[in-house]
Design a binder for this molecule. Sequence first.
Ligand code: SF4
Length: 720
Amino acid sequence: MNLSDRYSVLFEPIVLGRKVSKNRFWATPHAIGFGSDSPGSAAGYRGMRAEGGWGVVFTEATTISPEMDKTPHRMSRLWDEGDVRNLAYVVSEIQRHGALAGIELEYNAAVGPMTEGRGLSPRNPVTTPGESSLAVPYVGGLAGLDADGLAEIKDAYVTAALRSQRAGFDLITLHCGHAASILAHFLIPYYNTRTDEYGGSLENRSRFAREVLVAVREAVGPETAVGLRLGVDTLDAPLGLGDRGIRADGDAPLFIEFMDDLVDYWDLVIGGFEWALDAQSSRTVAENFEKPWVGHLKKYTTKPVVNVGRLNSPDTMVDILTSGQCDIIGGARAGISDPFLPEKIRTGAIGNIRECIGCNFCVSRDMAHVPIACTQNATTGEEFRRGWNPEVYSRAKNHETDVLVIGAGPAGMECAMVLGKRGMRNVHLIEAADHIGGSIEWSARIPGRHEWRRLIEYREHQLGQLANVEVILNTAMSASDALDYGAGIVVVATGSHYSRDGIDPFNRLPFGLEPVFGERLFTPEQILRDRAEVGRRVVVVDSDGYFMGPGIAELLAQRGHEVTFATKGEHVGEYQRYTRELPHTLKDLRTLGVAMRTETAVTPASDNTVRLSHLDRADEIIEVDSVVLVGTRISDSGIYDDLSARRDEWESNEIAGVYQIGDSVRPHFIAEAIFSGHRLAREIDSDDPARQRPFIRERRIVGGTDADFLLTSEALRRTI
Ligand code: SF4
């Protein structure tokens, strides 16, 4: 069997009603933060996945009525003919590359305008009257819906389906998953407390979905494929709905059999109240983690079935199809990270796949209501406004220049790789350590973060293929070394380090721990990179607010240390609320017996005790042998600062420019460091590479035309 035989099953066409997908890759509905308000960005993003070979490319959940607006989420909307025009642009960009365009229609159930998002912008009462809660976003209101209300919602679906057709969509999915649409709410006993023909038995709870599907099918006719995205299991309490939800071995197979005559395909997912259980990070789940819930359901349908669940590896995809688990490989993050994943498999370029690391930074962007970005793929979200294609690099105008990149962390690796792909004559990537990767190399030692090593492995592989790039390890550089090196351009990517007694971001004062604990105080680098031994009783003091503090607490607890985690923040690892990892982190820390203190200040009480000061109760004094301070990160910008101070020596050393990227400018997310390196390399031949070029801003321009959205336009001339 040769390579192409092994993967050929992934490229077999599949019939979806009267439509045919050219292969088995299905870019599932996922939010990208552009909505219908930025049609160019949405079209650029979706079109890139189509160009990369995905046979079917979907929009995110698209609200079909102002009743269900989700401001501040920047969602796709299909409320009027203006939305039809904007979505038609998205469709055309998808179909232009030979993919089928799909739309997921959602009428979100219940909840009033008080709760997060729903109705905030239109400020109208929702059609589904009844209960509401400020604390819980999905409290139901189905019981109060009368016949007129049901008819109105059904009409909204039909109108949206017809609009979808006018926009040119090939496939229409009705969202019935993630406990996020009214169809799902009718189905799920937790929400559906009705006692009429729409409540009670499964047949009754399915009735509304059936009625809507019948109406939509009648309206659009046979030429448009129609399917359901079904949440087959709303999972165990407390994150799931427990016995009051839908279970994969209970209602789900019966529902599939009951509705099978009305659909052309099934898109199966899990998760309920907490939708992100369907998009868990690599910290908690492995590839194909949804198999226990979705893996047996294909036998209940005669229609094609889509599965998802961190499906990244081509071999796993083949196994899933050949084992009969499903017919189509669904993916969101796999395509965010590498839009060209299908094409790379098809052409045998598997080593070049930019594999998702499962960090959920993309999810965090959605939760923060900002446009999508990806740690692995700096071009994600930049397809339209900057015109970036992750596989296309133009030859730099100044390609006959040699470039010295100092530091092979995330920013330096990315920058050198892109400079290499842009054809610079010689790129030397110089690293003081004996390996590339910078902080990723040791951060990936945190429990559950080992897949982050793919950030290094992908770039290492790419750099190895570039004859014009040389990686030089074990070489410390100074400003004098850089000036003497002979490069025409110098890029400083020297990263950052955790301070030993940095600045407490909450009061801008030193923590005061280092003077007391001295060598018994450790930074993350010492714990993870240097593998320092700490005492039995440890307090981890965190003002970083993401994965590092909780990760070190978990690591030390796993090793048998008695660990107290303390932060002034309101949450343990604050940013993990956005990556939706926080519940899992809390559970793991509790299971390991880590004592957690939030809204707590830590100060030395004696040379072997610390004082934990809380907002609302008496201080605690605890005995500790060691302190781990996950505090402020400090830029390592010394070389850049020195080079800047010696600017008058650049010309005599034939240096055209010195630039600084990544954490050495400002410590930030890994994604931002990688973006920083990528951006500089993409624009190394601009008039002023230190400053980003203007990019297209999609907004209403009074009296504007489409020409105003070209990078050469007058309207954009002063963007930056
Ligand atoms: Fe994967 Fe992280 Fe990129 Fe999301 S941000 S697609 S999880 S690598």
